[in-house]
Design a protein around this ligand. Sequence first.
Ligand SMILES: CC(=O)N[C@H](C=O)[C@@H](O)[C@H](O)[C@H](O)COP(=O)(O)O
Length: 226
Amino acid sequence: MTSLLDSLKGKLIVSCQAYPGEPMLDPRTMTQIAQAAVAGGAAGIRAKGLEDLRSISHAVDVPVIGLVKVGKSDVYITPTLHDAFQVAETGCQIVAIDGTRRVRPDERTLAETVSEFKERYPDTLVMADCGSLDDAVAAVEAGVDILGTTLAGYSGERPKTEGPDWEVVDQIVALGSLPVFVEGRVHTPAQAAEAIRRGAWAVVVGTAITHPTSITGWFADAVAAG
Ligand SMILES: CC(=O)N[C@H](C=O)[C@@H](O)[C@H](O)[C@H](O)COP(=O)(O)O
């Protein structure tokens, strides 16, 4: 396990996700995107959906962070223990789960979820997608392996900052207890480097690398604005 985390230290992880109704929502397409990201230097891949995860885990030789997005409730990133089991079954090395203090659809606490998960999958790491410092503190107590800033700006506790939420990054890194993966609105190479300088173990970039519709929109808006 240590060597898996070591392989990600100071490195870039690329999140490869397409969303319902989008043309790239296809396991083969996402697998090709993941392979292209690895060719470009990604030390890890983050992906969602059981089919995408099975395909990507076979196709790349770097650690994969897996998740599912389920339902329309506030807690949607691998929300239940059952979801976490299904994600782990795909062969990914790290399972990302909602790491907030909100009520989960199966009404297990985060601590219960992590301990039951670890009983069945002791070798799979758990990344807690947190939305605030208080989430991160609770996630450490719950026994997770990795803290992510993924949900800062999306869980109601923090404002949605233009770029990464550096304040919460600094607060969570200052806990000093677990590796912190900075994720969420990292849109430039300079911001990714800044995350590492601020003490992130790794930095996860999604939209700015793998979501052409958003990237095109950024350019189209700039062009339209003249
Ligand atoms: C909030 C939420 O649901 N985040 C999701 C988590 O897996 C993804 O939609 C993001 O793309 C990912 O976190 C990477 O972030 P960004 O795309 O901003 O680089």
